[in-house]
Design a protein. Structure first.
Length: 276
């Protein structure tokens, strides 16, 4: 969630941008106008002309962004302006932006002007967040999980080659804290594995990740195929449930993306019962 902000420095330099006031990566959740005002004052020095130019040079030298495609996105974003048309054409541009965010950079994604589709991307010259490191698994552990779950792609509801499957945590990592992450041991029991994981292909795994991030920001749970059915709770995130940490998992339970196979099973049962 972002607020449009105009920073005016003592030397007259003015910079207009969007600043996130709810940001999972930095664990920031500003709730009052007083907190927001204090935060904007604290980051104002980063938007001075000299500071922005120095930050740009420093990050280019650091070389955190590697690969054949993502660096071209990164260099365009270093203008710190709204960028859409200038971003390199790529069918997986969302993945490129995610790479940059995962490296610790703050990139605002705001809807384009009225009448236009899509989002503008804006890099902010702020200190880097801790690099996001999504959990990796040994080949042996992955093979065990795939075998235990029958090699079934939960979204497609059919067996899929193990090479195409990803171990997806039902409880989205965007809502984890340090204690939650520590619970994911490779020495889990079979029952723990069944409770924690489902199998998805890469496309659906990325789709779920973005839907969960949007839910975290907007407090609106995701859907599959536009079907307005939740086996527990409703479309709105329950405000009495914490947004982060183990307690947040009860707010995810009931969302179709949390446990796709359970959601499908219960939806089919409800349709059968209503048909009698």
């Amino acid at each position: 969630m972002y607020v449009r902000t105009i920073f005016t420095q003592d030397d007259g330099f003015v910079w207009e941008t969007y600043v996130p006031f709810v940001d999972r990566r930095s664990a920031r959740e500003i709730k009052t106008e007083q907190e927001l005002a204090a935060y904007l004052v604290s980051i104002k020095p980063y938007f001075a002309e000299d500071s922005m130019e120095a930050w740009r040079r420093t990050e280019l030298k650091r070389g955190l962004i590697r690969g054949s495609v993502t660096p071209s996105f990164f260099e365009v974003l270093l203008s710190f302006r709204e960028e859409f048309e200038k971003l390199p054409s790529n069918p997986n541009s969302a993945r490129r932006i995610q790479d940059i965010k995962d490296a610790g950079y703050t990139v605002a994604s705001v809807p384009r002007k009225k009448g236009s589709k899509g989002y503008s991307r804006i890099m902010l010259p702020l200190p880097l967040n801790a690099e996001m490191s999504y959990e990796t698994f040994t080949p042996q552990f992955k093979a065990r999980v795939v075998r235990l779950l029958g090699g079934v792609n939960a979204y497609e509801a059919r067996p899929t080659t193990a090479k195409a499957l990803i171990l997806d945590h039902k409880f989205s990592e965007v809502r984890w804290d340090e204690a939650t992450k520590a619970e994911n041991s490779p020495n889990m029991t079979d029952d723990e594995i069944r409770a924690k994981f489902q199998l998805l292909d890469n496309q659906r795994n990325q789709q779920k990740r973005e839907i969960c991030r949007k839910c975290f920001q907007d407090n609106v749970r995701g859907q599959i195929f536009g079907i307005d059915y939740f086996y527990k709770g409703g479309k709105e995130w329950d405000g009495t449930i914490p947004k982060v940490g183990k307690g947040a998992e009860q707010g995810c339970d009931g969302c179709p993306w949390y446990d796709i196979q359970k959601w499908r099973k219960l939806l089919n049962e409800e349709l059968e019962n209503n048909g009698d």
